[in-house]
Ligand binder design. Structure first.
Ligand code: NAD
Ligand code: DAU
Length: 359
């Protein structure tokens, strides 16, 4: 089996759902259920014996040791993190605690477990660390895209904490021989993304007739990747990636924030003409910029294509249409996240959640 951390969050829950749709290999899912963790994302596999949910913190060394000894996974896939840049600006402490100290604690536990395996199991074992393109800093308009050898230049507390975690992963491979893999991915979008991030926030606000906040001049550029494509890339890196290597994952899809928001508005005009304010674009509202706002991210994803044959299957046009349609069909999910009701849902479904619940 595999051990996933952060599998109740946006990308982690998509990964677990995709994994179990393709394989019978069980998943142990360790998640602290912070504000970003939502077991409702996993309702589609409720009662599935291949999914073993464990409520707990990656900073809890005793819990990690117990889980690894009990389940003896062939791989650890590490998604758990504090992930929102704006929150890292307001409160960086949690980012250091989870992303840096938590990753360090997980590495130590994994290395202790791995060193006790027999030789064949040691060779087969993988620790796959899910990271971000933000560690490389900000690009100018004519700069080459981020490659795996671009120097690290993190600019926000979030990206600094992720950069630190990447360095620890590298060191655990180099020093102790732990068979690690690191992926640095661009901006994801798709189902189950918490509506604090640009795309789900804009969809939810547009449907409610609320302003669509655009930071600064709206010309910051991100390289958008559909979450299902990211999950596919991670599966391929896990199975065929070269130990100790990093792989950049991106969508070959650079867009300004303004063009993303305009496209969402026009899709909504067609799919949901009954919104309170149509055309939805009238809701666009320029607001104060994010402090230290990185101007441009772009991934050079040629290494993963060359070595593993991976390319994204979705174009931005197909992926964003699916995503807008998903949020339209799942307005109750958004409503429960916004009201905090998803927490009531979790305690109603899994009352007494104490580290042993399994949806
Ligand atoms: P998310 O915020 O939606 O989910 C994070 C999950 O981790 C939540 O379920 C949360 O409860 C859990 N978690 C947080 N702290 C924990 C702790 N101490 N112990 C155990 N669980 C904990 O994040 P996401 O967007 O799904 O991102 C997943 C990973 O992918 C992160 O490592 C992030 O840095 C990385 N990443 C995200 C993106 C993106 O666009 N969202 C892009 C590239 C890389
Ligand atoms: O690049 C990968 C990263 O992408 C991940 O590592 C992070 O976990 C993930 O949150 C994301 O970071 P960003 O800061 O790029 O994502 P966010 O959705 O917060 O913002 C996307 C862009 O939109 C960014 O330029 C800021 C802008 N923005 C964001 C919000 C929430 C707005 O203009 N208005 C908003 O209200």
């Amino acid at each position: 089996m595999i051990l996933v951390t952060g599998g109740a969050g946006f990308i982690g829950s998509n990964f677990v759902l995709d994994w179990l749709a393709r394989s019978d290999e069980p998943v142990v899912n360790l998640d602290a259920l912070t504000y970003a963790g939502n077991l409702e994302n996993l309702a589609g596999i409720e009662g599935d014996p291949r999914h073993l949910f464990r409520h707990g913190d990656i900073g809890d060394a005793a819990l990690l040791g117990g889980l690894l000894a009990e389940f003896r996974p062939r791989a650890v896939l590490h998604f758990a993190a504090e992930s929102h840049v704006d929150r890292s600006i307001l409160g960086p402490g949690d980012f250091v605690r989870t992303n840096v100290t938590g990753t360090f604690t997980l590495l130590q536990a994994a290395q202790g477990y791995w060193s006790g395996l027999d030789r064949a199991a040691q060779q087969a074992f993988r620790f796959l660390h899910v990271s971000t393109d933000e560690v490389y800093g900000s690009l100018g308009p004519d700069d080459a895209s981020f490659s795996e050898t671009t120097p690290y230049q993190p600019n926000s507390p979030y990206s600094a904490s992720k950069a630190a975690s990447d360095h620890f992963v590298r060191a655990w491979h180099h020093t102790y021989g732990l068979p690690t893999l690191t992926t640095n991915c661009s901006n994801n979008y798709g189902p189950f993304q918490f509506p604090e991030k640009l795309i789900p926030l804009v969809i939810a606000n547009a449907l409610a007739g609320k302003p669509l906040p655009i930071y600064g001049d709206g010309l910051n550029i991100r390289d958008w990747l559909y979450v299902g494509d990211h999950c596919d890339a991670i599966r391929q890196v896990l199975e065929r990636g070269r130990v100790g290597e990093t792989y950049n994952i991106g969508g070959w899809n650079e867009q300004t924030n303004l063009s993303v928001v305009r496209l969402i508005c026009s899709i909504l005009d067609g799919l949901h003409p009954a919104s309170p304010v149509v055309p939805h674009e009238q809701l666009i509202s320029f607001v104060k910029d994010r402090p230290g706002h990185d101007r441009r991210y772009a991934i050079d994803a040629r290494k993963i294509e060359r070595e593993l044959g991976w390319r994204p299957a979705e174009t931005f046009e197909t992926g964003i249409r699916k995503t807008v349609a998903w949020y339209l069909d799942n307005q109750a999910w958004v409503g429960r996240v916004q009201s905090g009701g998803y927490r009531d849902w979790i305690s109603r479904q899994y009352g007494g959640l104490n580290g042993q619940a399994s949806p």
